[in-house]
Design a protein around this ligand. Sequence first.
Ligand code: FE
Length: 201
Amino acid sequence: MRADHSHPGSRFVDFVHGFGALADAETDEARLRAQGGALLRELVSHDDWLAPDDARPDPQRYRQNLLHLDPARRFSVVAFVWGPGQQTPIHDHTVWGLIGMLRGAETSQGYRFAGATKMVEDGPPTLIRPGQVAAVGPRIGDVHRVRNAFDDRVSISIHVYGGDIGALSRSLYLEDGTRQPFVSGYSPPWTPTVPSHRIAP
Ligand code: FE
């Protein structure tokens, strides 16, 4: 990995190259999570590289900004931007995922089925802070609800998933155990500001 971080964006370029090299070398999921988690921890231990447009909250709902999709769709990198108090429904991923906290803090509450028609909280919630990394996945606990730990400020986490997460067939869950098919997609890019007036020729 290059040591020159004179341009903040180079941190992210290095991260993507490093993750691609890891995906070339390693197919074991547990080792991918462990070594990929170390790369992600390094990335989110510096909060100087995310482009301002990828850090803007939407007052209506949390944003999922696609930062990188591996050409072979082995992994995707998404910036989650949480407005104050925003949260996800209970959902699964179907692939491994790594969550690195960049700014603010985020709470994850795991869920599990207790019988066919009831979902219950699975242990206490987990709080992650800047520089910390958590993992999800079918082998280690894949169903959770995530929320901004703050009701008065924006939080941002960087997620890496073992596939094209926005295109995968996944599920949302209600606490009565109801399951709904779900494809998250990605948030559309911010549209450039249109000038509010024009000067007549
Ligand atoms: Fe999730």
